[in-house]
Ligand binder design. Structure first.
Ligand code: SF4
Length: 82
């Protein structure tokens, strides 16, 4: 199942996060994770991953950081969904 999330808000926090992602080549989303199912982009462990796909954002709508504690860097990386 694929849930969609809103486009991230524009603001200084998101802008700084975007700059740091780019500068440091951060990988923290399903596209680069060893646990993603490439054909569906679902998490093979069944975790909800709507915030870890699609538009990148620093925070969920509720203010929690977008992060997955089970992320493991995979050997390959899928193209990011936009
Ligand atoms: S473990 Fe986390 S980052 Fe990896 S595919 Fe599942 S939800 Fe995505």
């Amino acid at each position: 199942m694929s849930e969609t999330v809103a486009t991230p808000p524009v603001g200084p926090r998101e802008a700084r996060f975007a700059a740091e992602r780019e500068a440091f080549g951060l990988r923290f989303r399903c596209a680069a994770c060893a646990h993603v199912v490439p054909s569906t982009r679902a998490c093979s462990m069944g975790y909800p991953n709507a915030y870890l796909r699609g538009p990148m954002r620093a925070l969920e709508e509720g203010g929690q950081p977008v992060i997955c504690k089970y992320f493991e860097l995979g050997e390959t990386e899928l193209a990011e969904e936009v």
